[in-house]
Design a protein around this ligand. Structure first.
Ligand code: GBH
Length: 476
């Protein structure tokens, strides 16, 4: 098993999860600042106000990346640092923009390739208040296009761009379950606003169009001189039938991936939503205008893949409820015959299953014509990690094994199955603000001591990736 000679690898983070500096140098609030302020939304009542303080520790973070051998670093920009109010007629905050310009310069000087995500869920709060944020089909894509243009222009040295991180999460968790900002849901015990039957599909559609607009601007105005690449990052789990003998469970496995991934990837590669979604959702799923198809179809230079886990899938019968977003099925950890999908972690949704990674890489490659894939996130939490003493935490053998298994599964997909995977980012460079779960759940290869000035302590896993990649990347 092997990975291609020029394979690029490193670590990933996201602005709101690590930066802190919530009010520094003119940053405006995002929907996550507002969401965290609502009692009960974040498990430990915390927020990203300080987080890992990375806004003030760029040198320390770059030194860390260097010391553990990273060739690349994927991070996201805080839109409201750059344009505090967010909109295309709102002022630019030069200090916020300069921060990222310098960060990219410093990374390059350290020999680390930057991969910039434009949007990892932290919408400028003003845009949500002004016109409903992601729900606005006209304003949101235009404001995102403007923000993207401002950034491309200021950071010509970055050659790797990701428009959106996991639009599924922005749409479903933001507008169906209400688990993420802005917290809309039909469940009136959780939110006074929201319509889970329609809003998530509207938000998803507008994210696709905004992605298309940002890609068009890059290709027309910047790519000819800058020569970089741009794509979107989608999340999705591997699926196995609960009962392999039941054709309805086998079919539900594909449907689950279609509702998670093809919802976005089919419009990008084929210009329309999957048939399974159109059938179940009817007119609740928007239809693309010809102008929108022109923006969205063909808009990926690469496929960004975030992947963590697998599930057994059991089909459901009867008409699904209006708020169903899975595709009329159940996700389970045990199969009919009692096999377990993987060991427990600190995250209720995550159980390691490296074979699933290989299988999903193949599934995506077959459906979308073997596109170039960057794995933009992969990693794990560990059950009870936060309760251990520091000397035990840094001996994170469970995480070391997770990376070992997953990277080898990816190498087999590359050299034995013909999957065109060219890059990999471990999630995450350091423990950070794990959204609604607060700081209890840790995904870092580096321990962050929130009680002692966010001091960083690399874990065993931080140092395990370089030898692992050295052993599988071809040398010629
Ligand atoms: C990533 O998403 C995020 O990009 C990253 O910011 C985050 O820190 C990392 O995961 C670790 O969580 O609430 O039952 O509907 C991974 C994909 C999809 C995993 C949604 C959690 C919640 C399922 N995520 N899922 S549920």
């Amino acid at each position: 098993m092997s990975l291609p000679k020029d394979f690029i690898w490193g670590f990933a983070t996201a602005s709101y999860q690590i930066e802190g500096g919530a009010k520094s140098d003119g940053r405006g609030p995002s929907i996550w600042d507002s969401f965290c302020a609502i009692p009960g939304k974040i498990a430990d009542g915390s927020s990203g106000d300080v987080a890992c303080d990375s806004y003030n520790r760029t040198k320390e973070d770059i030194d860390l990346l260097k010391s553990i051998g990273a060739k690349a670093y994927r991070f996201s920009l805080s839109w409201s640092r750059i344009i505090p109010l967010g909109g295309r007629n709102d002022p630019i905050n030069q200090k916020g923009l300069d921060h990222y310009v310098k960060f990219v310069d410093d990374l390059l000087e350290a020999g680390i390739t930057p991969f910039i995500t434009l949007y990892h869920w932290d919408l400028p709060d003003e845009l949500d208040k002004r016109y409903g944020g992601l729900l606005n089909r006209v304003e949101f894509p235009l404001d995102f296009e403007n923000y993207a243009r401002v950034v491309y222009k200021a950071i010509p040295k970055c050659k790797n761009w990701i428009t959106f991180n996991e639009p599924w999460c922005s749409s479903i968790l933001g507008y169906s379950t209400g688990y993420f900002a802005p917290g809309h849901t039909s469940d009136r015990s959780k939110s006074a606003v929201g319509d889970s039957s329609r809003e998530p599909w509207t938000a998803g559609h507008n994210l696709l169009v905004a992605h298309g607009r940002a890609v068009k601007v890059y290709r027309e105005e910047f790519k000819p001189t800058q020569g970089g690449e741009i794509g979107i990052t989608l999340n999705g789990d591997a699926t196995y039938p609960w009962d392999p003998e039941d054709p309805a469970d086998v079919e539900a496995c594909d449907r689950k991936i279609e509702f998670a991934i093809s919802w976005f990837a089919d419009p990008i590669y084929f210009g329309e939503y999957p048939a399974s979604m159109r059938k179940q959702l009817g007119d609740r799923l928007p239809t693309f205008t010809p102008e929108e198809v022109a923006l969205v179809k063909g808009s990926n230079d690469f496929y960004g893949m975030n992947h963590y886990t697998a599930n057994y899938i059991k089909h459901k019968t009867g008409t699904p409820p209006d708020d169903d977003f899975l595709g009329n099925l159940e996700t389970l950890f045990y199969s009919k015959s009692g096999e377990c999908i993987g060991e427990e972690t600190e995250s209720f949704w995550l159980r390691p299953n490296a074979q699933g990674f290989r299988d999903l890489l193949n599934w995506l490659s077959k459906r979308y014509g073997y596109p170039k894939i960057y794995v933009t996130e992969n990693g794990t939490s560990i059950k009870g990690e936060s309760d251990l003493p520091l000397e035990k935490i840094v001996e994170d053998d469970f995480r070391v094994k997770y990376f070992d298994d997953y990277v080898k599964a990816m190498a087999k997909a590359s050299s034995e199955d013909g999957v065109n995977v060219q890059g990999y980012f471990a999630w995450s460079l350091m423990d950070n603000f794990e959204w609604a779960e607060g700081y209890q759940t840790r995904f870092g290869v580096t321990y962050v001591d929130y009680e002692d000035q966010q001091k960083r302590h690399p874990k065993k896993s931080a140092k395990s990736l370089k030898p692992l990649f050295d052993s599988v990347i071809k040398t010629e």
